[in-house]
Write a protein that binds this ligand. Structure first.
Ligand code: FPP
Length: 240
């Protein structure tokens, strides 16, 4: 593992990203290449997600945010949407995914159109893992960055705050990731080079890393490569 070889990188917390966000793309193409239904790609993608979350926890990443289902994904065939929801159900029901690993689960997005049973499972898992001190996993579900900002604006207006007094910090506290650091590193596998409405407020100073590897094939080695590239970047935040 790269961080063992490079002691300085391992010990320097400024270089290891605190918060990694991933757009889990390429499940459909992975399945197509194998003449399998798209749902098989999502099954494989869910397994990759579990492996990568475990690995992030092991190497000391503090936050991992994954794009599981966007506000636009409802446009997909019902069968595919149901398949992704069933994968989430299975994941939520299997508490061993987080209990034995000391992983804290958190869901971000607008849950209003989700089935009642999924909402209940989310609440249960979030409560059961609330005291975990390891990695915090944010699963973005019916999430859209613009939708998140609409909710944040409504929240701020409803709070009665004077419009002229609203600050960037107020907006950061009104979005779903309130209280968390912004992502340092955003990874997109699957060969596309766009943000697709993911964390648009939080991504302002993130570093980006893209790969053609399809998400079901994404491995700890790919994550190491992304982190290594990140460690070599010079983040200036608008300074010199
Ligand atoms: C994008 O690939 C992937 C999705 C829209 C769904 C991602 C969902 C999972 C990985 C499963 C989630 C489960 C858990 C437990 C978090 P795509 O289908 O757009 O791929 P394509 O571009 O090749 O068609």
């Amino acid at each position: 593992m790269w961080f063992r070889k490079k002691e300085t990188v391992h010990t320097d917390e400024k270089i290891l990203p605190q918060h990694i966000a991933i757009i889990m793309d390429g499940n459909g193409r992975w399945a197509k290449k194998r003449s399998l239904p798209r749902s098989a790609g999502h099954v494989a993608g869910a397994k990759t997600f579990k492996d990568i979350a475990r690995y992030c926890n092991k190497i000391g990443i503090r936050y991992l945010t994954v794009y599981a289902f966007s506000t636009e994904n409802w446009k997909r065939p019902k069968e595919e949407v149901d398949g992704i929801m069933n994968l989430l159900r299975d994941y939520l029901k299997d508490a061993t995914n987080f209990k034995s690993e000391n992983i804290k689960l958190n869901f971000i997005g607008d849950f209003s159109p989700l089935s009642e049973d999924i909402i209940r499972l989310i609440e249960k898992d979030e409560a059961e893992s609330a005291d975990a001190t390891g990695l915090q996993v944010n699963i973005a579900l019916n999430y859209g960055g613009r939708d998140e900002l609409v909710h944040a604006v409504r929240k701020l207006m409803q709070s009665g705050k004077d419009a002229d007094a609203i600050t960037e910090e107020d907006i950061s506290e009104a979005v779903y990731t309130a209280g968390q650091p912004d992502p340092d590193l955003i990874i997109r596998p699957g060969g596309e080079y766009r943000l697709s409405n993911f964390l648009i407020w939080q991504a302002a100073y993130a570093e980006y890393w893209f790969t053609d590897v399809l998400w079901p094939d994404f491995s700890a080695k790919d994550l190491d490569r992304a982190i290594e590239t990140f460690a070599g970047r010079n983040r200036r935040y608008g300074g010199v």
